[in-house]
Ligand binder design. Structure first.
Ligand code: AHG
Ligand code: MN
Ligand code: MN
Length: 342
Protein backbone atom coordinates (compact mmCIF):
# COMPACT_ATOMS: atom_id res chain seq x y z
CA UNK A 1 0.00 0.00 0.00
CA UNK A 2 1.56 3.34 -1.04
CA UNK A 3 1.77 6.04 1.60
CA UNK A 4 1.04 9.55 0.39
CA UNK A 5 2.71 12.65 1.84
CA UNK A 6 -0.66 13.65 3.33
CA UNK A 7 -1.05 10.31 5.08
CA UNK A 8 2.56 10.31 6.28
CA UNK A 9 2.20 13.80 7.77
CA UNK A 10 -1.15 13.02 9.40
CA UNK A 11 0.30 9.88 10.96
CA UNK A 12 3.29 11.86 12.23
CA UNK A 13 0.89 14.36 13.73
CA UNK A 14 -1.38 11.71 15.29
CA UNK A 15 0.82 8.87 16.42
CA UNK A 16 4.22 10.46 16.89
CA UNK A 17 3.03 13.80 18.21
CA UNK A 18 5.95 15.20 16.26
CA UNK A 19 4.03 17.54 14.05
CA UNK A 20 1.66 20.37 14.99
CA UNK A 21 -1.31 20.69 12.58
CA UNK A 22 -0.13 24.10 11.35
CA UNK A 23 3.27 22.74 10.44
CA UNK A 24 1.63 19.87 8.57
CA UNK A 25 -0.42 22.38 6.58
CA UNK A 26 2.75 24.36 5.86
CA UNK A 27 4.64 21.32 4.56
CA UNK A 28 1.73 20.23 2.38
CA UNK A 29 1.54 23.74 0.98
CA UNK A 30 5.25 23.83 0.16
CA UNK A 31 4.96 20.40 -1.50
CA UNK A 32 2.00 21.64 -3.57
CA UNK A 33 4.00 24.69 -4.65
CA UNK A 34 6.86 22.40 -5.70
CA UNK A 35 4.38 20.41 -7.82
CA UNK A 36 3.49 23.65 -9.62
CA UNK A 37 7.14 24.58 -10.07
CA UNK A 38 7.80 21.07 -11.44
CA UNK A 39 5.17 21.66 -14.14
CA UNK A 40 6.91 24.87 -15.29
CA UNK A 41 10.33 23.22 -15.16
CA UNK A 42 9.09 20.32 -17.29
CA UNK A 43 7.48 22.56 -19.88
CA UNK A 44 10.75 24.41 -20.43
CA UNK A 45 10.83 26.15 -23.79
CA UNK A 46 7.18 25.15 -24.41
CA UNK A 47 6.14 27.20 -21.39
CA UNK A 48 8.43 30.09 -22.34
CA UNK A 49 10.06 29.85 -18.93
CA UNK A 50 13.70 29.53 -20.00
CA UNK A 51 16.25 32.32 -20.17
CA UNK A 52 17.10 35.39 -18.19
CA UNK A 53 14.64 37.86 -16.66
CA UNK A 54 17.18 40.71 -17.05
CA UNK A 55 16.83 41.66 -13.39
CA UNK A 56 19.24 41.26 -10.47
CA UNK A 57 18.60 39.93 -6.97
CA UNK A 58 20.01 41.42 -3.77
CA UNK A 59 23.19 39.36 -4.19
CA UNK A 60 23.89 40.93 -7.58
CA UNK A 61 23.06 37.74 -9.50
CA UNK A 62 21.11 37.98 -12.76
CA UNK A 63 17.74 36.33 -12.20
CA UNK A 64 16.42 33.66 -14.51
CA UNK A 65 12.74 33.67 -15.45
CA UNK A 66 12.29 30.48 -13.43
CA UNK A 67 13.91 32.02 -10.32
CA UNK A 68 11.13 34.60 -10.34
CA UNK A 69 8.33 32.20 -11.28
CA UNK A 70 9.31 29.73 -8.53
CA UNK A 71 9.52 32.56 -5.99
CA UNK A 72 6.02 33.76 -6.91
CA UNK A 73 4.54 30.26 -6.80
CA UNK A 74 5.91 29.73 -3.27
CA UNK A 75 4.62 33.09 -2.05
CA UNK A 76 1.15 32.70 -3.60
CA UNK A 77 0.77 29.20 -2.16
CA UNK A 78 1.87 30.14 1.36
CA UNK A 79 0.34 33.58 1.89
CA UNK A 80 -3.26 32.80 2.75
CA UNK A 81 -3.23 29.54 4.76
CA UNK A 82 -2.80 31.18 8.19
CA UNK A 83 0.28 29.10 9.06
CA UNK A 84 2.98 31.74 8.50
CA UNK A 85 4.10 35.02 10.00
CA UNK A 86 6.52 35.80 7.15
CA UNK A 87 8.68 34.42 4.37
CA UNK A 88 12.22 35.12 3.17
CA UNK A 89 13.83 34.13 -0.10
CA UNK A 90 17.07 34.27 -2.02
CA UNK A 91 15.16 36.29 -4.61
CA UNK A 92 13.77 38.97 -2.23
CA UNK A 93 15.89 41.69 -0.64
CA UNK A 94 13.84 41.85 2.55
CA UNK A 95 11.41 39.61 4.40
CA UNK A 96 7.86 39.21 3.12
CA UNK A 97 5.43 39.52 6.07
CA UNK A 98 2.01 37.91 5.57
CA UNK A 99 -0.38 40.70 4.41
CA UNK A 100 -2.84 41.90 7.06
CA UNK A 101 -5.84 40.65 5.09
CA UNK A 102 -4.84 37.08 5.93
CA UNK A 103 -4.59 35.37 9.34
CA UNK A 104 -1.08 35.23 10.83
CA UNK A 105 0.60 32.03 11.97
CA UNK A 106 3.65 31.33 14.11
CA UNK A 107 6.04 29.94 11.49
CA UNK A 108 8.72 31.54 9.31
CA UNK A 109 9.47 30.02 5.92
CA UNK A 110 12.77 30.56 4.09
CA UNK A 111 13.55 29.31 0.62
CA UNK A 112 15.89 29.15 -2.30
CA UNK A 113 13.06 28.93 -4.86
CA UNK A 114 15.25 27.66 -7.69
CA UNK A 115 18.62 26.21 -6.84
CA UNK A 116 21.09 25.54 -9.63
CA UNK A 117 19.88 28.36 -11.88
CA UNK A 118 22.80 27.91 -14.30
CA UNK A 119 21.39 24.45 -15.11
CA UNK A 120 17.84 25.55 -16.03
CA UNK A 121 18.51 26.28 -19.68
CA UNK A 122 20.67 23.19 -20.22
CA UNK A 123 18.12 20.69 -18.88
CA UNK A 124 20.12 19.51 -15.87
CA UNK A 125 18.61 18.81 -12.42
CA UNK A 126 17.61 21.83 -10.35
CA UNK A 127 15.61 22.19 -7.15
CA UNK A 128 13.85 24.15 -4.42
CA UNK A 129 15.32 24.29 -0.88
CA UNK A 130 13.29 25.31 2.20
CA UNK A 131 13.75 25.83 5.92
CA UNK A 132 11.11 26.40 8.60
CA UNK A 133 11.64 28.30 11.86
CA UNK A 134 9.26 29.40 14.58
CA UNK A 135 8.75 33.11 15.17
CA UNK A 136 10.23 33.86 18.60
CA UNK A 137 7.63 35.11 21.01
CA UNK A 138 9.07 36.37 24.26
CA UNK A 139 5.86 37.71 25.68
CA UNK A 140 2.78 35.64 24.73
CA UNK A 141 0.48 38.55 25.67
CA UNK A 142 1.99 40.88 23.09
CA UNK A 143 1.99 40.04 19.41
CA UNK A 144 4.97 41.91 17.98
CA UNK A 145 5.11 42.60 14.24
CA UNK A 146 7.46 40.21 12.51
CA UNK A 147 10.97 41.49 11.76
CA UNK A 148 14.13 40.32 9.99
CA UNK A 149 15.64 39.80 13.43
CA UNK A 150 13.08 37.02 14.06
CA UNK A 151 14.67 35.02 11.23
CA UNK A 152 18.22 35.27 12.55
CA UNK A 153 18.20 31.98 14.46
CA UNK A 154 20.85 29.27 14.23
CA UNK A 155 20.00 26.29 12.00
CA UNK A 156 19.68 24.09 15.09
CA UNK A 157 16.36 25.88 15.73
CA UNK A 158 14.80 24.67 12.46
CA UNK A 159 11.54 22.74 12.92
CA UNK A 160 11.42 21.38 9.36
CA UNK A 161 13.66 21.46 6.31
CA UNK A 162 13.78 19.89 2.91
CA UNK A 163 14.22 20.20 -0.80
CA UNK A 164 12.51 19.19 -3.98
CA UNK A 165 14.70 18.03 -6.85
CA UNK A 166 13.41 18.44 -10.40
CA UNK A 167 15.41 15.70 -12.10
CA UNK A 168 14.63 12.53 -14.03
CA UNK A 169 12.22 12.05 -11.10
CA UNK A 170 10.69 14.79 -8.99
CA UNK A 171 11.60 13.93 -5.40
CA UNK A 172 10.90 15.67 -2.11
CA UNK A 173 13.31 15.09 0.79
CA UNK A 174 12.07 16.12 4.20
CA UNK A 175 13.05 16.21 7.85
CA UNK A 176 11.11 17.30 10.90
CA UNK A 177 13.93 16.13 13.16
CA UNK A 178 13.08 12.40 13.06
CA UNK A 179 15.35 11.26 10.23
CA UNK A 180 15.04 11.93 6.52
CA UNK A 181 12.20 10.66 4.33
CA UNK A 182 11.73 10.98 0.58
CA UNK A 183 8.61 11.15 -1.57
CA UNK A 184 8.45 10.80 -5.34
CA UNK A 185 5.86 12.72 -7.33
CA UNK A 186 3.39 10.46 -9.16
CA UNK A 187 2.37 12.74 -12.00
CA UNK A 188 -0.63 10.68 -13.14
CA UNK A 189 -2.21 10.73 -9.69
CA UNK A 190 -0.82 14.14 -8.75
CA UNK A 191 0.37 12.87 -5.35
CA UNK A 192 3.66 12.45 -3.50
CA UNK A 193 4.34 8.82 -2.57
CA UNK A 194 6.76 7.71 0.14
CA UNK A 195 9.73 6.05 -1.58
CA UNK A 196 12.47 6.15 1.07
CA UNK A 197 12.49 6.13 4.86
CA UNK A 198 15.36 6.42 7.30
CA UNK A 199 17.83 7.71 4.70
CA UNK A 200 21.41 7.04 5.87
CA UNK A 201 24.67 8.48 4.52
CA UNK A 202 27.58 6.03 4.80
CA UNK A 203 30.33 7.42 7.08
CA UNK A 204 33.04 6.71 4.48
CA UNK A 205 33.12 7.55 0.81
CA UNK A 206 35.30 7.56 -2.31
CA UNK A 207 33.47 10.44 -3.98
CA UNK A 208 34.03 14.17 -3.57
CA UNK A 209 32.23 17.18 -5.06
CA UNK A 210 33.87 20.57 -5.45
CA UNK A 211 34.26 23.04 -8.30
CA UNK A 212 37.87 22.17 -9.24
CA UNK A 213 38.21 25.24 -11.48
CA UNK A 214 38.63 27.29 -8.30
CA UNK A 215 41.56 25.19 -7.04
CA UNK A 216 44.11 27.98 -7.35
CA UNK A 217 41.97 30.19 -5.12
CA UNK A 218 41.46 27.67 -2.28
CA UNK A 219 42.85 27.79 1.21
CA UNK A 220 45.62 25.30 2.19
CA UNK A 221 43.43 22.79 4.13
CA UNK A 222 41.01 22.37 1.19
CA UNK A 223 43.93 22.01 -1.23
CA UNK A 224 45.52 19.43 1.05
CA UNK A 225 42.32 17.37 1.26
CA UNK A 226 41.66 17.36 -2.48
CA UNK A 227 45.34 16.71 -3.31
CA UNK A 228 45.25 13.64 -1.10
CA UNK A 229 42.07 12.41 -2.83
CA UNK A 230 43.70 12.91 -6.23
CA UNK A 231 46.78 10.87 -5.22
CA UNK A 232 44.45 7.85 -5.07
CA UNK A 233 45.72 4.38 -4.13
CA UNK A 234 49.35 5.50 -4.21
CA UNK A 235 48.81 8.39 -1.76
CA UNK A 236 48.15 8.74 1.97
CA UNK A 237 44.48 7.83 1.58
CA UNK A 238 45.30 4.49 -0.03
CA UNK A 239 42.22 4.48 -2.26
CA UNK A 240 41.06 5.95 -5.55
CA UNK A 241 38.47 8.73 -5.45
CA UNK A 242 35.81 9.70 -7.96
CA UNK A 243 34.63 13.26 -8.55
CA UNK A 244 31.21 14.78 -9.35
CA UNK A 245 30.15 18.44 -9.65
CA UNK A 246 26.65 19.17 -10.89
CA UNK A 247 26.55 22.88 -9.95
CA UNK A 248 23.13 22.43 -8.36
CA UNK A 249 23.59 22.01 -4.62
CA UNK A 250 20.27 20.17 -4.53
CA UNK A 251 21.50 17.54 -6.99
CA UNK A 252 24.90 17.13 -5.32
CA UNK A 253 23.31 16.80 -1.86
CA UNK A 254 20.67 14.41 -3.20
CA UNK A 255 23.41 12.12 -4.54
CA UNK A 256 25.16 12.25 -1.17
CA UNK A 257 21.95 11.33 0.67
CA UNK A 258 21.47 8.39 -1.71
CA UNK A 259 25.00 6.97 -1.80
CA UNK A 260 27.37 9.07 0.30
CA UNK A 261 30.08 11.54 -0.65
CA UNK A 262 31.43 14.89 0.44
CA UNK A 263 30.34 18.28 -0.92
CA UNK A 264 32.43 21.41 -0.50
CA UNK A 265 31.90 25.02 -1.47
CA UNK A 266 34.67 26.59 0.59
CA UNK A 267 35.76 30.17 1.09
CA UNK A 268 38.18 31.16 -1.68
CA UNK A 269 40.42 34.06 -2.64
CA UNK A 270 38.23 35.32 -5.48
CA UNK A 271 36.08 37.29 -3.04
CA UNK A 272 38.08 37.12 0.19
CA UNK A 273 35.72 39.33 2.19
CA UNK A 274 32.85 36.85 1.67
CA UNK A 275 32.81 33.72 3.86
CA UNK A 276 31.75 31.62 0.86
CA UNK A 277 29.33 31.51 -2.07
CA UNK A 278 26.39 29.64 -0.58
CA UNK A 279 23.83 31.22 1.68
CA UNK A 280 23.49 30.14 5.31
CA UNK A 281 19.79 30.58 5.99
CA UNK A 282 18.16 28.91 2.98
CA UNK A 283 20.90 26.70 1.52
CA UNK A 284 23.45 25.57 4.14
CA UNK A 285 21.12 25.32 7.16
CA UNK A 286 18.37 23.17 5.61
CA UNK A 287 20.90 20.99 3.75
CA UNK A 288 23.12 20.75 6.83
CA UNK A 289 20.22 19.56 8.97
CA UNK A 290 19.07 16.99 6.38
CA UNK A 291 22.61 15.63 6.16
CA UNK A 292 22.95 15.42 9.96
CA UNK A 293 19.55 13.74 10.20
CA UNK A 294 20.85 11.11 7.76
CA UNK A 295 23.93 10.44 9.92
CA UNK A 296 26.31 12.79 8.06
CA UNK A 297 27.99 16.02 9.18
CA UNK A 298 28.02 19.65 8.04
CA UNK A 299 30.60 22.30 8.97
CA UNK A 300 32.01 25.54 7.63
CA UNK A 301 35.46 23.92 7.89
CA UNK A 302 35.77 24.84 11.54
CA UNK A 303 32.36 24.91 13.16
CA UNK A 304 29.08 23.00 12.89
CA UNK A 305 26.91 24.90 10.41
CA UNK A 306 23.78 24.54 12.55
CA UNK A 307 25.52 26.32 15.47
CA UNK A 308 26.34 29.49 13.51
CA UNK A 309 24.42 32.48 14.88
CA UNK A 310 23.33 34.45 11.79
CA UNK A 311 23.70 38.21 11.64
CA UNK A 312 22.18 38.81 8.20
CA UNK A 313 19.35 37.24 6.21
CA UNK A 314 21.46 36.73 3.08
CA UNK A 315 24.67 35.86 4.90
CA UNK A 316 27.07 33.54 3.11
CA UNK A 317 28.98 30.62 4.51
CA UNK A 318 31.67 28.14 3.62
CA UNK A 319 30.17 24.63 3.31
CA UNK A 320 31.61 21.15 3.90
CA UNK A 321 28.98 18.43 4.22
CA UNK A 322 28.28 14.75 3.69
CA UNK A 323 29.90 11.48 4.84
CA UNK A 324 30.87 11.97 8.47
CA UNK A 325 34.47 10.74 8.45
CA UNK A 326 35.40 12.84 5.43
CA UNK A 327 33.79 16.01 6.82
CA UNK A 328 35.63 15.44 10.10
CA UNK A 329 38.88 15.05 8.18
CA UNK A 330 38.44 18.34 6.28
CA UNK A 331 37.45 20.08 9.51
CA UNK A 332 40.50 18.68 11.31
CA UNK A 333 42.76 19.95 8.49
CA UNK A 334 41.37 23.47 8.98
CA UNK A 335 41.79 23.37 12.76
CA UNK A 336 45.36 22.02 12.42
CA UNK A 337 46.24 24.79 9.95
CA UNK A 338 44.78 27.41 12.34
CA UNK A 339 46.97 26.11 15.18
CA UNK A 340 50.18 26.22 13.17
CA UNK A 341 49.47 29.71 11.83
CA UNK A 342 49.10 31.20 15.35
P1 AHG B 1 21.55 29.34 -7.02
O1 AHG B 1 21.24 28.84 -8.40
O2 AHG B 1 20.40 29.20 -6.07
O3 AHG B 1 22.17 30.72 -7.01
O4 AHG B 1 22.63 28.36 -6.36
C1 AHG B 1 23.72 27.93 -7.12
C2 AHG B 1 24.75 27.39 -6.19
C3 AHG B 1 24.63 25.93 -5.84
O5 AHG B 1 23.44 25.32 -6.18
C4 AHG B 1 25.79 25.27 -6.55
O6 AHG B 1 26.34 24.29 -5.74
C5 AHG B 1 26.74 26.39 -6.82
O7 AHG B 1 26.00 27.57 -6.83
C6 AHG B 1 27.48 26.23 -8.11
O8 AHG B 1 28.42 27.24 -8.22
P2 AHG B 1 29.56 27.28 -9.35
O9 AHG B 1 28.88 27.63 -10.62
O10 AHG B 1 30.47 28.37 -8.82
O11 AHG B 1 30.21 25.93 -9.36
MN1 MN C 1 20.97 27.90 -4.50
MN1 MN D 1 18.43 30.04 -6.26
Amino acid sequence: MSITLTRYLIEQQRTQGALPAELRLLLETVARACQHIAISVNKGALGEVLGSADTENVQGEVQKKLDIIANEVLIDANEWGGHLAAMASEEMDTIHPIPHRYPQGEYLLLFDPLDGSSNIDVNVSIGTIFSVLKKPNDDPNVIEPVSEQDFLQPGAQQVAAGYCIYGPQTTLALTVGRGVVMFTLDREQGVWLLTQENVQIPADTKEFAINMSNMRHWDTPVKRYVDECLQGKEGVRGKDFNMRWIASMVADVHRILMRGGIFMYPWDKREPHKPGKLRLMYEANPMGWLVEQAGGAATNGRQRILDIAPTELHQRVSVVLGSKNEVERVTAYHLEADKTSV
